[in-house]
Ligand binder design. Sequence first.
Ligand code: URA
Ligand code: SF4
Length: 342
Amino acid sequence: MRQVAIEPTFESWQAAARTLLRERVPPSEVVWLDSAASPGGTGPAGSGPPPDPDSSQPVARVPRQFIELAGQVVRHRDPARWPLLYEMLWRLVHESRDLLEHRTDPLVRRLVAMAAQVRREAYHEEVGEMLRLQEGGGGAAAFVPADAGLGELREAATRCTGCELYRHATQTVFGRGPADARIVLVGEQPGDQEDLQGAPFVGPAGEVLDRALAEVGLARERLYVTNVVKHFKFVERGKRRIHQTPRLPEVAACRPWLDAELAVVKPRVLVCLGATAARALFGPDFRLLRERGRFIETPWASRTLATLHPSAVLRGENEAAQARLYQMLVADLRMAAEASAG
Ligand code: URA
Ligand code: SF4
């Protein structure tokens, strides 16, 4: 038996799991000791995972889906998550790379259920946080001038401190485009380039978007393009700033800006780019991949449509997948273009 002591983090588990996998230690021979679960709290000193001799070299390529699942499962409280994840990893490598597709496999089911529970709890926590924020009179509402045009709104938004995001970002990235635009596109939040340049969709996602717009004959300068959240949310990793998906409290805090923009522009067609925008406008249960590409009436536009986020295209696993995702984006934007002309 191998005893492996880890910190209760994904990184710590991953480092240990890689070593075990490289040394071909089967799951049945590992006892996982999680320092948070062991009596005394911090765990025996010096019993952490053996230093990973070559952690930059992945032992085996595992599907991205597993990494995503594991990222959620590690936040569960059940100490069994460590051996279960290792068993999954072992089987992905030694049995089938497609194991996660086998939804009837008991191990897959158990991990998927743990991840779902983690997501549910996180959601409830966010809702609670959001309600506390609203009760406290927080959010952007106090900064939004009444009956203002786009210019005045944009100017006022530069001073917004309605949530914590303004503290670390460079500037507010307000929407861009003419007040009489027939189509409004709503993204998630500015990225690194947008934060630096002060305009929406000017980075890599913007390039994909521009390509798709050109393909369906839409001129970017005739559209109003904005985001659900107006400040860049990120974590720093060395010199890089890594985008973080905004959470419900931030989406709710920033909402008055989007509402004000939509009240001014009154678009014929409203397009949500990606799940964050779609959930903000259609509600938290909206399932993007199931419900994209058709018009649904909302209070902001009789024809509201959700499509993929342009950066989802860039995240496609390979060229073929990227091409497929891109075609979905193009097809949905074509619907928007046709509806706006009619
Ligand atoms: N992604 C978004 O959602 N919005 C931007 O403005 C840029 C990238
Ligand atoms: Fe204000 Fe929105 Fe920026 Fe938060 S993200 S500070 S609510 S503009």
